[in-house]
Design a protein around this ligand. Structure first.
Ligand code: PLP
Length: 627
């Protein structure tokens, strides 16, 4: 049984093998080279890496670029579309050098380019994109330096295109272009009246903070005409938002954009490119629905729909089919990274098996909750639930007022949890459990403490309740016997994961295994390659995790490369303005004062200092004993 839905969200990259371990097939193809996650675990442990560790699979990145390009190629052929397709990867989605390096290497075959939204991103892109056939699309606000850099890139043969986001930008670009003697290629970013659904719906539509409305679009056209520069305007861009779950929204937006594209051509601009922005969604929960963590369309369907719509509208206007550009980020890199972390310990939810007896002279409310617990039937689950909560809260009030003792309160708490367990047992048999009782599952679950920071490694799970596939990478032949939530090691009550992918809906708990003495229990957070690394923060000063790149060489042999040590304690302290040398100096002075007062001896000072300095050099996460 596929308890964790891996066959639905794994997309051909992740499976369970007959040994009950998760295996990765980076090519996503049947018969492609594959490796067990536990094998990787063992190998990287032997090489001295501690968990948590982020694995990046080079082959998955290549497979994604190939899939996107081939889907468009197929659609173009099917519809006899006469324009071509060029993908650009938006750097913001995962800016790590390894990603950009691999993208520009593997993307060459498809002339896959880059999208930059800021000066640092542009500067990174200029150093890696050395394919004149690929595009470098520049979105975002641009100052003089940004523009000069982009124009210089054009001079070097990089096909750099400025997308105008504000009316004012036009004059600045034209001024700099005249000064440097380099003619720019321009695009317009427009605000569509159509908007999408999902977490990022505000990115599109009239309320979007980016882009030009129709009136401003015409203003830019008039400004360009006045400056004799309308010949520079060749591209129209829109971005409806990321992770668009519903294909209907995308179709509507593309249709509206096509009309604007044709309008611009009719105004006399030599339009030749239509940039559909990002938004191509990832099916994180494998449900194939229009829920926020999924999408109701496939990659092939997306490509076909876009080609069909553009062809239809442009043919009607009797214009040449434009080059289609997409800025798909999430769909390119989400599958690429997996975070592995170990469970440090489990806090089990348990109460004694039997209903505790109550003393004869107990408070009336205590007898009442006891009666409630005894009288649960399938018909009164909701009533028993409400009664138990009421009596427990009343008893707590009495305790605060000193009217009952600690033992009686403890008995009442035990009766309360016994009641909840009994209600849950009976609830399991109901087809439609009452809504009120939905939270019961997580209240009665175990807490598995994971060696990770949710804020650093999967921030969207905390920030916007995004679902990521999470599951053990081994012991998958054993039926999980516990239900748990994951707590991280930050001291923040939000540092937990209590929403999980479930076949029918979102589940408040995850089926997990009992820990075994002396054996690691390792979980993977999958599909974390998009946005998570950069959006991650230093909450509680947990830093970047260790990173290991994984690929197969030409002979199909597994290869570990691009190993990056995660932040040390000294690194993260420096990020927040401490100077590690100064810390050591201050601490040494403190230790010396203790020696002077004979609180510690000289040798004790030496070992305490060694510990402090070792701590500064260490990993910010929980390290194994004898590491
Ligand atoms: N293009 C622009 C202008 C964006 O703002 C974004 C991100 O939201 C993207 C592309 C990437 O979107 P996605 O990751 O959904 O493909």
């Amino acid at each position: 049984e596929d308890t964790y839905g891996i066959d639905a969200w794994g997309n051909g990259y992740f499976h369970i093998d007959k040994n009950g371990e998760v295996i990765v097939t980076p090519s996503g193809e049947k018969g492609g080279s594959k490796v067990s996650m536990m094998q990787i675990m063992q190998d990287i442990r032997e090489r001295g890496w501690s968990l948590p560790v982020l694995l990046r699979f080079e082959g998955i990145l290549y497979s994604r670029i190939k899939a996107i390009n081939e889907s468009f190629r197929k659609a173009i052929k099917e519809y006899k579309y006469t324009g071509d397709y060029r993908g650009v990867y938006p750097i913001k989605v995962n800016q790590q050098q390894q990603v950009i390096e691999e993208l520009s290497t593997y993307g060459k075959e498809f002339h896959h380019g880059l999208e930059a939204g800021s000066k640092p991103e542009l500067i990174a892109a200029m150093a890696f994109l050395n394919d004149p056939e690929a595009l470098l699309i520049c979105n975002g606000y641009k100052d003089e330096e940004f523009i000069d850099l982009g124009l210089s890139a054009r001079k070097l043969g990089i096909n750099c295109i400025f997308v105008i986001e504000t009316v004012q930008e036009v004059q600045l670009i034209l001024k700099r272009s005249e000064k440097l003697g380099i003619r720019p290629v321009l695009g317009l970013r427009m605000k569509l009246s159509s908007s999408g659904s999902g977490h990022w719906k505000e990115s599109g539509g009239d309320r979007s903070v980016f882009g030009l409305n129709t009136y401003q679009v015409m203003q830019v056209v008039d400004d360009l005409k006045a400056e004799n520069a309308l010949d520079c305007l060749q591209l129209l861009h829109f971005h409806l938002g990321s992770q668009l779950p519903n294909i209907r929204d995308i179709r509507n937006a593309a249709t509206e954009a096509c009309r604007v594209y044709c309008g611009l051509a009719q105004e006399g601009a030599p339009m030749s490119m239509l940039d559909l922005g990002g938004g191509l969604a990832v099916d994180y929960d494998g449900s194939h629905t229009n829920s926020n963590s999924s999408c109701n369309y496939t990659l092939d369907e997306y490509a076909r729909d876009m080609v069909e719509i553009i062809k239809g509208v442009v043919d009607e206007a009797e214009l040449k089919h434009p080059r289609i550009i997409t800025e798909s980020g999430r769909a390119t890199v989400a599958y690429y990274s997996v975070l592995l972390f170990n469970i440090l310990e489990v806090s089990k939810f348990s109460v004694a098996g039997d209903l505790p007896e109550v003393e004869e002279n107990s408070h009336e409310l205590t007898s009442n909750i006891h009666y409630t617990a005894k009288s649960i039937t399938a018909k009164n689950l909701q009533e028993s639930f409400h009664d138990a909560i009421y009596y427990r809260d009343e008893i707590r009030t009495l305790f605060r007022h000193g009217q009952i003792g600690i033992r009686e309160r403890a008995t009442v708490e035990e009766i309360f949890w016994y009641t909840m367990l009994k209600i849950r047992e009976r609830m399991g048999k109901l087809r439609q459990p009452p809504r009120d009782l939905e939270d019961l599952e997580s209240a009665l679950s175990d807490i598995y403490y994971g060696n990770l920071s949710v804020f650093q490694s999967i921030p969207d799970s905390w920030a916007i309740d995004q679902l990521f596939p999470l599951m053990p990478i081994h012991r998958l032949n054993e039926a999980p016997t516990r239900n748990g939530i994951i707590a991280d090691i930050t001291c923040d009550c939000d540092g937990k994961i209590d929403r999980f992918i479930d076949k029918t809906d979102v589940s408040p708990t995850l089926p997990l295994h009992e820990l075994k003495d002396g054996e690691d229990y390792i979980l993977g957070a999958f599909l974390v390659g998009a946005y998570q690394e950069t959006l991650g923060d230093l909450h509680n000063l947990f830093g970047d995790t260790n990173v290991v790149g994984i690929r197969f060489d030409e002979d199909g042999e597994l290869e570990y490369f691009h190993e990056l040590e995660g932040d040390t304690v000294a690194d993260v302290l420096e990020y927040v303005e401490y100077d590690p040398k100064d810390l050591v100096r201050r601490f040494r002075e403190m230790a010396e004062r203790a020696v002077k007062k004979q609180v510690i001896s000289g040798p004790e000072r030496k070992s305490i200092m060694a510990l402090y300095q070792e701590g500064l050099r260490g990993y910010t996460y929980h390290e194994p004993e004898n590491a």
